[in-house]
Design a protein around this ligand. Structure first.
Ligand code: F6R
Length: 629
């Protein structure tokens, strides 16, 4: 953990502590909360905690539960106020924040029910105003909040204070921002099901708390964290108001810290050890800043932008430029499996053995094809044995309307078939499914039969999409890892069972190459959990014969794309290959359009390379060599 106030943190306007991972940060914060509870209780007072929901506080709540169960921390004298609640969801809706808090914390500790406060999202419209005022009064009546936990949305919101919320705003009903609703889409199986409104504490309410702690994990949060910590205080990013609070802190993991100046542009804040990666980062940055290709940068560019130190170590510019240009150039290859019979000194992947066994891990059925479908296509076309492994079934992503469509088709088939008597069992099954969909209502939990139909729909779509990039059915494998089958979004727990299933599969295939994603994702997301499980499975295989010759390639799914200095292999796509990939993605009919966004990312990657003065391709799929710890 690093603390603030060093020269390196000169750009940060609020104390920002960086931890290796969310669990370490959560443990530290839970320890502090324990102290607050004990100190207040010793003084005969209740501790008042402000709670947040979403995936961010989950590791913290797990740690509080551990402290309660293993170290006897009591919550009998704790009062809580939650930041917010969706407006318009039934109280027992599994995605309501009331249910979330019960599941994640309250049901596992000894807090009295009457001490728990969560805005009422079911209150009649004409009573919302009074309810919000009473919420404010209830906070004041217990002497205010001692410590308020916060997460941050991609819009920069705290609570649900979307852009435009004023510093003085109080508890009120608000309209959720489009981005916030998109981020909640997987919880609700589609953006259209996400409530449009919420009741939230205001920025003013939050700022009244004695201490504020904002947590953020994963690279997806890095951009907004940097704006909130280093940018101006503005209503556009309500988290930036923390800069004005006398006792506010950001606790973040290394992924979420990546856009802070001390990591992104370290040469602006102090001496840098010029490793090849840092050098490449600086040259690429300089090229983007000057809007000139790498080979056209001159000494003045470096000197005038804080890079004179680099120049004196590795200059003049002309030589530095050529070295970095060549390094970038060497990342580009149309042969992701290595080029047989070619000198591979400067190629990202070795030529031998040929052909290779390539294992592609897809956290959910769509991830791999969306992110690296064209590379899969090439590997197979170039004679390698490709196996696509979907780690989870993805069933939670499929909308009821899709399941209904399949069940209704089956029903109709039974009714119209000439030998309809023989369809009786199938017709019964379809009727049962239609009824299950009706009975559970818009927001109910999927019963097992419905979940398995949804899994089958997605299986079909992955097989179809894989086929569109040339991978035959029998090379597509579904592991349906138990952590996914037993959980819901933001509430997954992996177990040794998951690890064993992945390890068994890898051992069976003995790959020469493994492609995987999720290392940089929000730790409670499916890709991040799948990544951890895979990482543990690979650890188990370390002594196997095949392991030493296997290479590991990271790709980016929904996480933030690699920047040019992070890329070790860039596979270019021609317009025709891009079209082929886009056609493959259309096979995922049951998923929302958001799941199909990667082609634009592939085009942006190619544009970046072009801007640096490298060849101009239609698109690129990019990879980083995974150096396993
Ligand atoms: C939830 C809340 C929100 C979340 C934010 C981040 O009570 O107040 O501000 O903290 O939307 O959500 P996650 O943690 O799911 O990324």
């Amino acid at each position: 953990m690093s603390t603030r106030r060093s020269a390196a943190e000169a750009f940060e306007k609020v104390p920002t502590l960086i931890f290796p991972n969310s669990a370490a940060a959560a443990a530290e914060l839970a320890k502090e909360v324990k102290q607050i509870i004990e100190t207040k209780n010793r003084a005969g007072k209740p501790a008042v905690l402000g709670m947040a929901t979403g995936s961010t506080p989950v590791p913290f709540y797990r740690e509080l539960i551990r402290l309660h169960k293993q170290e006897g921390l009591s919550f009998k004298n704790v009062i809580t106020f939650n930041l917010d609640e969706y407006y318009g969801l039934k109280g027992d809706h599994p995605e309501s924040y009331g249910c979330f808090m019960a599941d994640q914390l309250f049901n596992h500790i000894d807090i009295p029910k009457e001490n728990i406060h969560i805005p009422n999202g079911t209150i009649a419209s004409d009573q919302v105003f009074a309810h919000c005022r009473e919420y404010e009064e209830a906070i004041d009546a217990v002497g205010g909040i001692d410590l308020q936990i916060l997460g941050i949305g991609r819009t920069g919101h705290i609570g649900f204070n979307e852009p435009g919320s004023s510093r003085e705003s109080l508890t009120r009903r608000i309209t959720l921002d489009r981005i916030t609703r998109q981020d909640a889409a997987s919880d609700f199986r589609g953006e259209e099901n996400v409530p449009s409104f919420a009741i939230t504490m205001g920025v003013g309410t939050i700022l009244r708390a004695k201490k504020l702690v904002l947590m953020a994990w994963g690279e997806n949060k890095a951009g907004i964290v940097a704006k909130a910590v280093e940018g101006p205080v503005t209503e556009v990013i309500s988290a930036s108001f923390l800069q004005d609070h006398p006792d506010a802190r950001f606790l973040i993991d290394s992924g979420a810290s990546r856009e802070l100046t001390r990591f992104k542009l370290p040469w602006l804040v102090g001496p840098v050890s010029w490793t090849p990666r840092e050098t490449q980062r600086a040259v690429v940055w300089q090229s983007v800043k000057a809007k000139r290709p790498v080979l056209k940068l001159v000494d003045e560019d470096y000197n005038e932008n804080g890079l004179s130190d680099l120049l004196s170590e590795q200059g003049p510019a002309y030589q530095l430029n050529i070295r970095i240009f060549n390094r970038l150039q060497n990342t580009i290859t149309g042969w992701p499996g290595g080029k047989p019979n070619a000198d591979d000194t400067y190629r990202p992947e070795r030529a031998r053995p040929y052909p290779k066994r390539c294992l592609i891990f897809s956290p959910e059925p769509q991830d791999a094809i969306v992110a690296i479908g064209a590379t899969i296509d090439r590997l197979r076309e170039q004679g390698h044995e490709v196996r696509v492994v979907s780690l989870t079934s993805g069933s939670l992503r499929v909308a009821d309307s899709e399941a209904d469509k399949f069940a209704s088709t089956l029903l109709e088939l039974g009714a119209t078939a000439a030998d309809s008597a023989q369809w009786q069992a199938q017709t019964e099954y379809a009727r049962e499914l239609v009824k299950l969909i009706e009975d559970k209502g818009e927001f109910g939990e999927d019963p097992p039969a419905l979940r398995s139909l949804k899994a089958l729909i997605l299986r079909g779509e992955l097989r179809d999409a894989a086929h569109a990039v040339g991978v035959p059915q029998e090379k597509v494998v579904f592991l349906d890892l138990p952590f996914y089958e037993k959980g819901r979004y933001r509430r997954f727990f992996s177990s040794p069972e998951d690890v064993a299933a992945v390890a068994a599969h890898v051992r069976d295939f003995k790959p020469h190459q493994i492609y995987l994603t999720g290392d940089a994702a929000d730790p409670s997301s499916v890709p991040a959990i799948a990544f951890k499980v895979t990482e543990s499975a690979l650890k188990e295989c370390e002594q196997d014969d095949w392991f030493g010759t296997c290479t590991f390639w990271l790709y980016r799914g929904k996480e933030k794309a690699f920047e040019p200095h992070e890329i070790d292999m860039a596979v270019p796509l021609s317009p025709v290959q891009m079209e082929r990939k886009e056609r493959a993605l259309l096979r995922y009919q049951s998923l929302s359009s958001l799941e199909h966004q990667s082609p634009q990312g592939n085009r942006d990657a190619a544009k970046q390379y072009d801007g640096l003065g490298l060849a101009e391709y239609e698109a690129m799929e990019c990879f980083q060599r995974w150096k396993r710890s």
